[in-house]
Design a protein around this ligand. Sequence first.
Ligand SMILES: Nc1ncnc2c1ncn2[C@@H]1O[C@H](COP(=O)(O)OP(=O)(O)O)[C@@H](O)[C@H]1O
Ligand SMILES: [Mg+2]
Length: 254
Amino acid sequence: MPLLELKNLRRAFYGLDVLRGVDLSVEEGTITGLIGPNGAGKTTLFNVVSGLVPADSGSIRFAGREIAGAAADIVSRAGLVRTFQVARGFPRLSVFQHLMIYGREQPGESLWQAVIGSRAAREREAALAERAWETARFLRLDHLIDNPATALSGGQKKLLEIGRALMAEPRLVLLDEPTAGVNPTLQNEIGERLLELPKRGITVLLIEHDMGFIARLCDPVIVMAEGQVLTQGSFDFVRADHRVREAYLGARAA
Ligand SMILES: Nc1ncnc2c1ncn2[C@@H]1O[C@H](COP(=O)(O)OP(=O)(O)O)[C@@H](O)[C@H]1O
Ligand SMILES: [Mg+2]
């Protein structure tokens, strides 16, 4: 059974069909690539799957459960967590505080428990802090852990965005252009980190425009065009498909 299975997923905005019946599966343990020309609907697909934007129709099965119609916090608590194409954040908070905030979104966790300062809450806080440190070490951000997030370079902000997703203890992460605008050295570094995720039991679905990056990390690669899946397979397989090249050329001409 696939970890994520989408069937005939549809979404329109103001009469414009953006997702026109998307069918796809993501197998557990993979780093699956999602590519396609600008405007293909990739980010919209992430928005719908993560519960940010409701689907008009269709099915989203995650870990055997139907989650279409579930709100974003329910979806993330179920273990499906996404990052954003444009990094968001709280300018005044440190790297450590950012990680702590995203780790707190856990089942059974309440502000009340944190406020009353029970022993269980303190233990939970200590475990969370250890997890934040571990995540920072894993992403090689530990030397920056007390810096304000705004002091990070563009690439380090991308790593922090990934770190926040990891703090939620996901089974599946949806990464929207995790290396957009990042220099090649840091892009390689981010790639190295992502290759570790399946070994930690985390499956990855990632959108990226850099084909070298996709070729190095992703198998399979799913190609979207005009709101539907065009084809999927190994990078070499999809690259050899003339329809894929035409989709990119068509989008550039448009
Ligand atoms: N909230 C929205 N309101 C209106 N149109 C939207 C909205 N979100 C996405 N779209 C439209 O959906 C299409 C696909 O966009 P997007 O999913 O961002 O594509 P991609 O990520 O593949 O480049 C675009 O034409 C975009 O303008
Ligand atoms: Mg996009």
